[in-house]
Design a protein around this ligand. Structure first.
Ligand SMILES: Nc1ncnc2c1ncn2[C@@H]1O[C@H](COP(=O)(O)OP(=O)(O)OP(=O)(O)O)[C@@H](O)[C@H]1O
Ligand SMILES: [Mg+2]
Length: 453
């Protein structure tokens, strides 16, 4: 049987008969990889017409047994949209060492509605997994381990053990012996994921697959991998911060706005049910350059503290650093402060940091960044009972934000007495007792109110 050679881009899946240094599909450099595909004649060996596929009417399909598996971590369940749908395929990605294997091993003990779990690892030996399980306190009565990388043997062990729940750690180590390319290559990943999908959909088993990320932070392998699976989760975190944030990049059975917050301890990942309180603990009182804001991550409001340090530039160009927020957004806010609020911050170095390793990419956090900078510049503290939110426009105006009632309730719950916010309609909302809403129109008014003239 003759096979022909093709070149496929590892990033976008573009294929061509010729090799290119730069992929014509997505413009990435050095991503084309050689693969061999069986010739057309070999693929169409039988000329008999195929048996027609079965079509069913929508009404006939029963959904009575549509069940979700509770993973035992309410944070993970929330991100999955209320638990993992039986028979679905979930891809979990994340930086090396972030805690993917830890999370998946921990759910093995906690899961409800599952009788047999099979953990297939291509990265660690069963002994190493046992050691980790001991450290995490995972007993694993329903759990069987298997260190295997060949997809044929994996299929065989699944057929023998008949697990309801399968964990594959990681898809980059699994290979299909019939394909003539290295494990982790585009064709291997595509083929192995396809076979795992067939097992999930055909046999009704739930499959969690671990995927490595490449240096840009996206899941390594072709984009098609993300198209194939039902749900793509990513576990994120900063290097020196114990918080881990679980996001969903795609979810066929739930919203992608939700986040789960975990903390990495020596006993494994632990859920942070009250992230606002954890993030605000240790907040300095009455110190210039800090401001509390409320970001809305999905249906969930989280308070976080923005700190700024502004000092005259000693030499050369002004230095700016932004940790936890967009760098260009900081430039924009500094320009708004200079031009609309009359603060000459242009000639100053500005360092802005979001405490706790959280990222605040939401425009609603603009006001907190601007006020933290202004407070540091003036060297005057913002009173400790004020929390703020609002988007800043280029003319310095304060613009309306969404998820108002969640934000205000969370601010009130954590004991703040005043909430500085845009002048938007709140009469239809339930405002908790003990919180005063200060509705202001622009940045100048906010600075006057929070810091003084
Ligand atoms: N004894 C320990 N005490 C505290 N934390 C630990 C301990 N051992 C491991 N960890 C944490 O667990 C992390 C490793 O987790 P895990 O192996 O689950 O990551 P992973 O995402 O599966 O990584 P990889 O991509 O390499 O498979 C370490 O980076 C460390 O933060
Ligand atoms: Mg791992």
């Amino acid at each position: 049987m003759k096979s022909k050679t093709q070149f496929v881009c590892g990033d976008c899946g573009y294929s061509s008969a010729k090799w290119y240094g730069k992929c014509p599909g997505c413009g990435a450099w050095n991503t084309m990889e050689e693969i061999s595909v069986p010739a057309e004649s070999a693929r169409r060996s039988s000329s008999a017409p195929a048996e027609p596929a079965k079509a069913v009417s929508l009404q006939e399909i029963s959904t009575a047994d549509e069940a979700r598996i509770r993973t035992g971590f309410s944070e993970l369940d929330r991100v999955l949209g209320g638990g993992a749908v039986c028979g679905s395929v979930v891809l979990v990605g994340g930086e090396p060492g972030i805690g993917k294997s830890t999370l998946l091993l921990q759910i093995c003990d906690r899961m409800q509605g599952v009788n047999r779990i099979l953990y297939i690892s291509g990265e660690e030996s069963v002994r190493q997994i046992r050691l980790r399980a001991d450290r995490l306190g995972v007993k694993g009565e329903r759990l069987k381990l298997c260190a295997e990388t060949s997809i044929d043997r994996i299929r065989a062990v699944i057929a023998k053990e008949e697990p309801d729940f399968i964990i594959v750690d990681s898809v980059q180590t699994v290979y299909c012996p019939e394909i003539n390319s290295a494990p982790g290559s585009v064709t291997q990943i595509r083929e192995c994921t396809m076979q795992l999908m067939q097992i999930a959909k055909g046999e009704g088993r739930t499959v969690f697959i671990v995927g490595h990320v490449n240096k840009e932070g996206t899941i390594a392998g072709p984009k098609i991998l993300e198209h194939m699976v039902d749900c793509v989760l990513s576990l994120e975190g900063e290097k020196f911060v114990a918080y881990r944030i679980l996001r969903s990049a795609k979810n066929r059975f739930g919203s992608t706005d939700e986040v789960g917050v975990f903390e990495m301890l020596s006993s494994g990942l632990s859920e942070v049910e009250n992230p606002s309180a954890s993030l605000l603990s240790g907040r300095p009182a009455q110190v210039p350059g800090t401001c509390v804001t409320c970001i809305a991550e999905g249906s969930r409001p989280i308070l976080s503290e923005v700190q700024a340090l502004v000092a005259p530039t000693a030499f050369g160009n002004a230095r700016r650093t932004a940790a936890g927020l967009d760098y260009s957004r900081l430039y924009l806010l500094l320009a708004v402060l200079e031009k609309r609020a009359g603060l000459p911050v242009g000639a100053c170095d500005a360092y802005v940091n979001v405490v706790g390793g959280f990222r605040i990419d939401e425009p609603a956090s603009d006001l907190a960044v601007a006020l933290a900078v202004a407070s540091s510049f003036r060297d005057r503290a913002i009173p400790g009972d004020i929390a703020v939110f609002g988007e800043l426009g280029l003319t310095g105006e304060l613009r309306a934000v969404s998820s108002l009632s969640q934000r205000i309730s969370e601010i009130a719950r954590l004991g703040f007495r005043r909430c500085v916010m845009p002048d938007q309609q709140t009469s239809h909302l339930h405002i908790p007792d003990g919180i005063e809403l200060i509705k202001l129109k622009n940045i100048t008014e906010c600075i006057e109110y929070c810091i003084g003239k």
